[in-house]
Every structure is written in structure tokens, then in C-alpha cells.
Design a protein around this ligand. Structure first.
Ligand SMILES: Nc1ncnc2c1ncn2[C@@H]1O[C@H](COP(=O)(O)OP(=O)(O)OP(=O)(O)O)[C@@H](O)[C@H]1O
Ligand SMILES: [Mg+2]
Length: 247
């Protein structure tokens, strides 16, 4: 597992847009952190910088304890679009995650079949992405991120394009996967209820330029059930509080 430290992170894009302004957050080993904030406040920018896909203008990030071993990816990222390769079968899309790693073919096979089983796609290992529903594609993308068991997972609105029922189901699945195989997760969403369901802490960003407005601890015990939680008055109170911060 790994801890993440974000210090005075600022991102100014060429052209002058300041997406992030002096963002500070410390994320503990194995913590599930959810980031919410108005559209355009820099959430994806933050995730891309953390994932090493973009660079900060100033400030620093440090990820301690991730990577360095040949059989382990330091992190994996799930994007809003499922981003499966259309020319690969579901199983190949998932096993592709091992491409740069030194893991034996037999072990890859075992892990792929294990993770597909966990996300309920065993029967679809040989299917093509276009043969899957939107929710199934997202489950395949989550499987690909989990299959190498990276210590850190970055997820940018992974369930954003899905209907509410599928979303709640996938949130439950994600929590089960995470409990089975703990890792540090940074998860971006527009869904306030989704945030309160999943998170150990919710980071609320302000409108652009994104600054940390408040960090809200979510103390519900685990394992959590996404549907049962919604009936808890404390759940509703947290949702309202976050909505008010976003207003
Ligand atoms: N490659 C880029 N070049 C220039 N400006 C960019 C680039 N990417 C993002 N921006 C700008 O930075 C700001 C933050 O964008 P970002 O995608 O991080 O927001 P977001 O919080 O993820 O929004 P949403 O919730 O809509 O996904 C926006 O004003 C956007 O126009
Ligand atoms: Mg975004």
C-alpha cells in the first residue's frame, strides 16, 4: 500500500487557465478518498497529475511505498470512458495490464479469471467490448485496474455514465474488492451520495481554480451496504452538508 502527499499543488495550463491553486492533502495508506467539486474545478487535472499523466506548475506530490517491483504496477487508473481496446476480447483487455510486468502466463491466467469472477464477467472473458453493456464495460475496466493488485488506484468518475441502479451496484462491488485487497484509492465523482457511500474522507474542492474547501471524514463502519446506508439519517445529513459546501 502507499500514502500520498499533495503539497501546495498549483496547475496553470498554457493559455492561462489556473485549474488548481495551492491544493494540500495527505492521504493515508489504504485510505479511500473521494474528491468532489463543481465542473471544471480541476478534479481530473489533479488525478492526471497524481497518475503521472500531467505535471504540476508548482508544488509537489509524493507517493510513498508504491512500485519498484517488476511484478507490480505502482498504480492503475480508471477513466470515465471505459477505454477498453475494441480489438481485444474482454479477457485480453484485462490481461493487457500485465504487459509491462514480469508475471508468468499461468499466474496471469489465474488472476484474470479470478478478477473476472469477482466483477461477474466470467462468462464474457471471450466476448468483444462491443458485445457488453455500459455497466459491463465499466466492470471490465475496474477488473483491469484491480487485476495487477496495484497499491494505488486513481478513478475519475468511473461510473459517471451509468444509470443510478448500476452505479449503486458497482459502488458495492468496488467496496468489496477494496476490502478484499486494500489499496489507496483516489476517486473523483459528481455523485454526492456515491462519495458519502464510498469514502473514508471526502475532499470538497471550490469552483475553479480548485482549492480544498473542506475535508469531511465519513465515519460509517465497514463493510458498508450502499442501499442500507441511504436509510441512515446521518447519511442524509452528510449529503446535505456537502451540497451546501458546493453551492
Ligand atoms: N489540457 C488542457 N489545456 C488547457 N486547459 C485545460 C486542459 N485540461 C483542462 N483544462 C482546464 O482546466 C480546468 C479544469 O479542468 P478539469 O478537467 O480538471 O476539471 P474537472 O473538475 O475534472 O471538471 P469535470 O467535473 O467537468 O470533469 C478547466 O477550466 C479546463 O478548461
Ligand atoms: Mg473531470
Amino acid at each position: 500500500m502507499a500514502s500520498i502527499s499533495v503539497e501546495h499543488l498549483t496547475k496553470r495550463y498554457p493559455g492561462g487557465t489556473v485549474a488548481l491553486d495551492d491544493v494540500n492533502v495527505e492521504i493515508a495508506d489504504g485510505e479511500f478518498v473521494v474528491v468532489v467539486g463543481p465542473s471544471g474545478c480541476g478534479k481530473s487535472t489533479l488525478l492526471r497529475i497524481l497518475a503521472g499523466l500531467d505535471v504540476a506548475t508548482s508544488g509537489r506530490i509524493a507517493i510513498a511505498g508504491a512500485g519498484g517491483r517488476g511484478d507490480e504496477l505502482p498504480s492503475a487508473t480508471v477513466f470515465q470512458e471505459a477505454s477498453l481496446f475494441p480489438w481485444m476480447r474482454v479477457g485480453e483487455n484485462v490481461s493487457f495490464a500485465f504487459d509491462s510486468l514480469t508475471v508468468s502466463p499461468a499466474e496471469v491466467k489465474r488472476r484474470v479469471s479470478d478478477v473476472l469472477d469477482l466483477v461477474g464477467l466470467s462468462e464474457f472473458e471471450r466476448a468483444w467490448p462491443h458485445e457488453l453493456s455500459g455497466g459491463m464495460k465499466q466492470r471490465a475496466a475496474v477488473a483491469r485496474a484491480f487485476v495487477t493488485d496495484p497499491p494505488v488506484l486513481f478513478m475519475d468518475e468511473p461510473f459517471g455514465a451509468l444509470d443510478e441502479q448500476t452505479r449503486v451496484g458497482l459502488a458495492d462491488e468496488l467496496m468489496r474488492l477494496w476490502e478484499r485487497s486494500p489499496k489507496t484509492i483516489v476517486f473523483v465523482t459528481h455523485g454526492i451520495e456515491e462519495a458519502v457511500t464510498l469514502a473514508d474522507r471526502v475532499v470538497v474542492l471550490s469552483a475553479r481554480p480548485g482549492r480544498v474547501k473542506e475535508i469531511i471524514p465519513i465515519a460509517f463502519p465497514r463493510p458498508r451496504d450502499a442501499v442500507t446506508l441511504r436509510g441512515d439519517p446521518a447519511f442524509g445529513a452528510l449529503v446535505v452538508r456537502i451540497w451546501e459546501l458546493l453551492r
